[in-house]
Design a protein. Structure first.
Lengths: 351, 351
DNA sequence: CTGAAAGCGCTTACAG
DNA sequence: CTGAAAGCGCTTACAG
């Protein structure tokens, strides 16, 4: 009924319920330590007044904000959106709130974003990628804030990771292609600077090729993320003109792969007959594309959920955040097959 | 140097700088009202101690949290991710933080999410879709919290909207198809319950068809959002078997459209020769799909940015949030053409 | 230009 | 089981 009064606080409720503010507070936070009758009165009064505790006051008093921060490269990439979504869902259900801040793909300037979000009250952090900046590392170490990094997996004493093995995932894809008979491949990578995931995939590609003696079949094309739908096409054109012997293209993102395939169509290249293409991520779209994309499925939602649980464990039970290596999966669909035998090189024994 | 001390506060800085806490506070917030010398000392001390103001204390004292909340259906849909991204970017740059909470597509239970986010301190709100729940409406009205809803546009005295005209957008697509010669169409819609955008698009479809005397050519297929990649395919199969005369399919999401086209392939239906398909959203993927999708481009990022600015205007300058109708665009690509003339119905004059 | 002090709303020892 | 009171860290009239 009281219409214009700002907002009820503990005192208002206490007065209305005829008890002290201590009792009001206890009724909400440690109900067992309040008599049933008083508790009842408090709840009624609170309901009547539309009371809800002031989060700032609570945070100040408790030295605990119930805020968790996520610093991610971008929300525009479905995998990050998916991870963030799962993270947020899990945390919201447990009474936490999540701040998300996007920071681009270059981890070299993550420090500012992290500082900002911590200064805004985040008491735990989800990050993406390996944390290499020494200033960030020591900041995290000194500040002692529970944090976890995702998408990468590596043994790091100060920043545990809940991610997957980018190197191994790529290696698996490359070995699959080698088994199929491919000897000359190109990788379409995102910007490598400050992005350990891209770097790991590149190494996975190079070293696997080399391990199979295919030193001459290694081509790396680095593309930016802007207008991703063009980048794959650009890369494909470059491959077509500069590396005509390439029979398989390993893309570090499904968007690259799909737009590369689209470009193949324009170039008159059949996928997979003329050229095989594999992606990375396993976006939803990959299955309805034709040819359906062979790609590496990434545990995006699982990373988000797992990270959420670990961080809450750290916050509420003081548990250390444990690193976890989640699995990826090579999903073989229609965009890969045995290579065409280039006309000039047909050798009877191979047929 | 002081290593294990929790965190410096105003008193620590004041002591180190040899001034009072009032001066410390002023040095940061109203620097002109502090002598240059004192200011200097304060900044040095603060830097030394790694001081940053406690946001909870600040919020409590100022009765202002610098937190803005966004309640969106899902982050997994690229358009929402894109809007949220733009919203967040704009606000973060201005010193605000954003809480995002996802709530599913049915606005009938948005109230809880809104209450929760407000109780967590949000001082302004971005919502999605028309707010019809009377309880939510009166909550927003009483609480006087600046808020804006997106994706829908409608004159609403209590919840201004920064969105677009779903009805008109669909109407435009349908008229385009009619002009092409289509007389029998199906709409593939998301769940209509509690989703005014879907409802508006359905009305746009039905009424436009009727306005052209095509009452018999109206088919609505309602699909859920779960596993969206299946839904379009399911719908397409249903159309194929139950409404064989349909020559154009209007999908209320690109995911529906793309998976419908994929299903056409399986069904042996050529797009657009045998059947035209139009989407909604203009996802990135639509251009690399073959056929490239004719669809309705939605101003996702623009809504986010615009909403951010409006909310900040309301918060800082007390400006009322003004509704704004942003434009959509029918982007005609390859998935639409004149209809095939069903064999049984060929009439010489029409050819 | 500067400082002492009150107060934002909450929780929790401390007494009883 | 309950209450009075201190204190979390900050800002801002109010004095000077």
């Amino acid at each position: 009924m009281k219409s214009q009064k700002a907002k009820a606080n503990v005192f208002d409720v206490a007065k209305a319920a005829g008890v002290s503010v201590a009792t009001v507070s206890r009724a909400f936070n440690i109900p067992d330590r309040v008599g049933a009758e008083a508790r009842e009165k408090v709840f009624n009064a609170a309901m009547q007044l539309g009371y809800s505790p002031n989060p700032a006051a609570k945070a100040l008093r408790l030295q605990k904000s119930f805020i968790i921060g996520a610093v991610i490269p971008s929300l525009d990439y479905s995998m990050f959106a998916r991870m963030t979504h799962a993270f947020e869902e899990q945390l919201t259900a447990a009474g936490y709130s999540v701040f998300v801040v996007t920071n681009g793909f270059d981890n070299r300037n993550m420090l500012d974003a992290v500082k900002k979000i911590v200064e805004r009250g985040a008491e735990a952090l989800l990050l993406v990628g390996k944390i290499e900046d020494p200033r960030l590392r020591s900041y995290l170490e000194e500040t002692q804030i529970p944090c976890v990094t995702t998408y990468s997996y590596n043994e790091d004493p100060i920043v545990p990771s809940i991610g997957f093995d980018n190197y191994a995932a790529t290696k698996q894809a490359v070995e699959f292609l080698i088994r199929l008979g491919h000897r000359n491949m190109a990788m379409v990578a995102g910007p490598l600077q400050g992005n350990d995931r891209q770097q790991a995939r590149m190494r996975g590609f190079e070293e696997t090729m080399r391990a199979h003696g295919l030193n001459d079949g290694i081509h790396i094309i680095e593309k930016s993320y802007g207008a991703a739908m063009m980048q794959g096409a650009d890369a494909m054109r470059q491959i077509y003109y500069e590396f005509p012997d390439v029979t398989a293209v390993v893309c570090n993102a499904d968007v690259f792969a799909l737009s590369a395939i689209a470009e193949c169509r324009r170039l008159g290249l059949r996928v997979p007959e003329d050229i095989s293409v594999v992606g990375f991520d396993d976006d939803d779209y990959t299955t309805i594309f034709s040819p359906a994309l062979t790609t590496i499925a990434v545990p995006a939602a699982e990373m988000g959920r797992h990270a959420a649980r670990s961080l809450m464990g750290a916050l509420t039970a003081g548990r250390r955040v444990m690193s976890a290596r989640l699995d990826t999966q090579l999903v073989v669909r229609e965009s890969t097959s045995v290579p065409r035998i280039a006309a000039a090189k047909i050798s009877p024994e191979v047929a």
